[in-house]
Design a protein around this ligand. Structure first.
Ligand SMILES: Nc1ncnc2c1ncn2[C@@H]1O[C@H](COP(=O)(O)OP(=O)(O)OP(=O)(O)O)[C@@H](O)[C@H]1O
Ligand SMILES: [Mg+2]
Length: 240
């Protein structure tokens, strides 16, 4: 395994004066036919760079909605939102696509790996989409996978992996473009307790060793000891 510090030296250290997330009155209302469903409702939030944030709340409280907005997968219906100094409301579709590829890395409960690509190809894909040359992407992907303990699984297909291995592959994919922010939506939801501990530990390591801002939405208490900020959503609003 390569020394993580060696990898970290190539990464951008978080500037503590930088703000990872700034939101004011952030709102997402879904229109389903004639019915309006509130995803998040008037959220004010300031997250300095380099924090590990744990986002809690009952099912339907708005955690995934908030992460989708922060990751530029969705647009707010009202309010202001800046992520890593970029005003997401002002970004064009092309700008938002670039933002998704280069500023954030996302990890999901269901891994979302492409079934016909092997581990190395899955991890390389976001780098290739961002315009990186294949040899450089391959090198970085192999380094990350090595760090994540998957150095001997590069040519395996997702279906040949365990859940924990799939999630570690997804973490490598989230990191390939050196994102400032890693967003994880219930990353341990499909894992047994041993793998859940391992994955939360890796996310905490990313924060500590690589100084990445990490935001984890989870029902689990496993991330609590690592949290610099613990936020709770209730009916789309941040609880005091
Ligand atoms: N695409 C959508 N269309 C309509 N309503 C939606 C959509 N996505 C989410 N919602 C609604 O927005 C609210 C917040 O949902 P969200 O998925 O953000 O909750 P959550 O906290 O992530 O829940 P869970 O813990 O179950 O994952 C819910 O009432 C949900 O039904
Ligand atoms: Mg959710």
């Amino acid at each position: 395994m390569r020394n993580p510090v060696e990898l970290a030296q190539r990464s951008l250290a978080a500037d503590p004066t930088r703000t990872a997330v700034q939101a004011r009155g952030l709102t997402r209302v879904y229109e389903v036919g004639a019915v309006q469903v509130t995803g998040v409702d008037g959220i004010d939030l300031l997250i300095p760079a380099g924090r590990l944030v744990v986002l809690k709340g009952d099912s339907g409280s708005g955690k995934s909605t908030l992460l989708s907005l922060l990751g530029g997968l969705d647009r707010p219906t009202a309010g202001e939102l800046s992520v890593d100094g970029r005003d997401l409301r002002r970004l064009s579709e092309a700008g938002l696509t670039h933002f998704r590829r280069s500023v954030v890395g996302m990890v999901f409960q269901s891994f979302n790996l492409l079934p016909t690509l092997d581990v190395l190809e899955n991890v390389c894909l976001p780098a290739l989409l961002a315009g990186r040359a294949y040899p450089a992407a391959r090198r970085r992907a192999a380094e990350l996978l090595d760090w994540l303990g998957l150095g001997d699984r590069l040519s395996h297909l997702p279906r040949q992996l365990s859940g924990g291995e799939m999630q570690r592959t997804a973490i490598a994919r989230a990191l390939i473009n050196d994102p400032a922010l890693v967003l994880a939506d219930e990353p341990t939801g499909n894992l047994d307790s041993g793998n859940a501990v391992k994955v939360m530990g890796l996310l905490a390591d990313l924060n500590r060793t690589f100084q990445r801002t990490v935001i984890i939405a989870t029902h689990s208490t496993l991330a609590d000891p690592y949290a610099a900020m613990l936020l709770t959503l209730r009916d789309g609003r941040l609880a005091a």
